[in-house]
Design a protein. Structure first.
Lengths: 149, 142
């Protein structure tokens, strides 16, 4: 169970797990040996609403960092999820087929999307944000959302 | 509100300005005004939120079917907090997952997909109402 940083914006509380890295788009990356697990942040899942469908690229798909690793359809929007890491999809969360609401219920745990055999994690990691930097960026994004007319 | 032949209450989402909330209300209207008008009564969630005595009495005295627009489940929660029992609850999203070709759009007025999704949901609710009026206390989820 990771520890969390938290930001409160308007009536919403957003959590940022402290054990992983983040892309500015709100995709997290958690290194596990040579593999990197990826998923959506709490902010992205709350902003996007209830997930209806999650389609993740199949095992064996070769990705560059920034390539689309999944498409998420929620009650509000369709989201193309850019992979924060390059490599080959090694596993897809089976829960995405039948219960994609796991993304809403547990975005940093059971709601993971894919496990990727990383090609060059150290280089990709350097392009990502640490939890504190992502918290700051995300808080600004959330405040912008909150002040939209 | 005294018990009468229309003994299944239907409480839809009150989310104004939300597509899925509109789908829930359109489905509720179809059930209570058309498909099962003789056995159901619509209760506005907003009345329960306001503590309206008549609305609270209606859900306390009769089985209630709720239709929620999102997973917050406000309708189901509010009925339970009002002393009602909910033998069957619906979520628009669950019905949409069974009918992916019916992606809803529109708010004040639903598009074709939304209207057809509301109709599909209304059929599911009507089937649940039939089970309840037949005496089934628990209605299996779809």
């Amino acid at each position: 169970m990771p520890d969390y940083l938290e930001a409160t914006v308007d009536k919403f509380i957003f959590r940022v797990a402290t054990d992983r890295h983040y892309s500015p788009e709100g995709i997290w990356a958690l290194a596990e040996g040579d593999r990197v697990r990826v998923g959506l942040t709490d902010f992205v899942q709350q902003r996007s609403g209830d997930v209806a469908f999650a389609e993740v690229k199949p095992v064996g798909t070769v990705l560059k960092a920034g390539d689309e690793v999944a498409v998420i359809e929620t009650i509000k929007v369709n989201i193309g999820v850019p992979s924060p890491v390059g490599g080959t999809v090694a596993a897809v969360n089976p829960a995405m087929q039948l219960s994609p609401e796991a993304i809403n219920q547990d975005p940093y745990g059971e709601g993971w999307l894919a496990l990727i055999d990383a090609r060059d994690w150290p280089t990709d990691r350097d392009a990502l944000l640490d939890p504190g930097a992502y918290l700051e960026l995300m808080t600004g994004q959330a405040e912008d959302e909150a002040t939209k007319p | 509100m005294s018990p009468d032949a229309r003994n299944v209450m239907v409480v839809p989402c009150s989310g104004i300005g939300k597509t899925y909330g509109t789908v829930s209300r359109e489905a509720a209207y179809e059930v209570t005004e058309d498909l099962r008008a003789e056995s159901t009564r619509l209760v506005a969630l907003s009345l329960l939120v306001l503590g309206d005595d008549e609305a609270r009495a209606a859900v306390a005295a009769n089985p209630t079917v709720t239709i929620d627009g999102c997973k917050l489940g406000c309708a189901e929660k509010m009925v339970r907090e009002s002393g009602g029992r909910v033998p069957r609850s619906f979520a628009v999203l669950d019905t949409y997952r069974r009918h992916r070709d019916l992606k809803p759009d529109g708010i004040a007025e639903l598009d074709e997909g939304g209207r057809r999704l509301a109709h599909a949901l209304a059929d599911e609710v009507a089937a649940a109402v039939d089970s309840l009026t037949a005496g089934d206390e628990e209605v299996p989820h779809a």
